[in-house]
Design a protein around this ligand. Sequence first.
Ligand SMILES: Cc1cc2c(cc1C)N(C[C@H](O)[C@H](O)[C@H](O)COP(=O)(O)O)c1[nH]c(=O)[nH]c(=O)c1N2
Length: 235
Amino acid sequence: MKPFGPETGGTETGALKPAGPFSAPERAAVYRAIHERRDVRGQFLADAIDEAVLSRILRAAHAAPSVGLSQPWNFILIRDDAVRCAVRGAFERANAEAREMFEGDRRALYSDLKLQGISEAPLNLCITCDRRRGGPVVLGRTHAADTDLYSTVCAVQNLWLAARAEGIGVGWVSIFHEADLRRILGLPDHVVPVAYLCLGHVRELYETPELEIHGWAHKHALADMVFEDRWGGGE
Ligand SMILES: Cc1cc2c(cc1C)N(C[C@H](O)[C@H](O)[C@H](O)COP(=O)(O)O)c1[nH]c(=O)[nH]c(=O)c1N2
């Protein structure tokens, strides 16, 4: 079988199908994936990810919504140690610079944080956005140029949630000079590296975000984030 194909679903008949709520256990599973998803840096097991599992989570990413159905993403699967080693070097360079951007206690705390699992994770994956995908004028992007990037992030989130359901941990690493990633991965100028991800099986995950555990940041209450009708709640 060709890897990652063929597509299933999508009858293209234009027929509607029932779309009521999921059953209670199905809903619970969806919310569980959402609430138990974590950014993983240090819990990766060495076991390779089975191709069937990888295919399912890539298919979930590829099912994401995209502006004008442009599907601007590509998935670069990185297993070569030489490539990872170069990416790890790019991270170390940027991370040393990042550390200097924080002052005092924050700098010390930053130094203690583990912010990537590039070498430990059995698979690295770069999800890119082709800014030319769909041609010069894309429906929905005519007045919002960055919607191709937003679409790609939708694919990232789909993959992250599907991975959680499969017992695969995902860690997003963004501490790079973009030019370094471009050079190492051979990206053309019109392709943006949106997400560099580390993937691998995990047996355990933290219950709360690691940055919260280490006192770097805390989760905000939903009630503080919801406004009515206009910014700030309309006082
Ligand atoms: C765009 C983007 C970029 C990054 C991240 C996330 C996102 C969305 N995160 C993970 C981030 O720190 C994490 O999502 C939050 O701390 C919340 O934790 P949970 O994802 O809920 O575990 C992240 N984590 C990390 O250790 N190194 C990194 O470079 C990044 N970069």
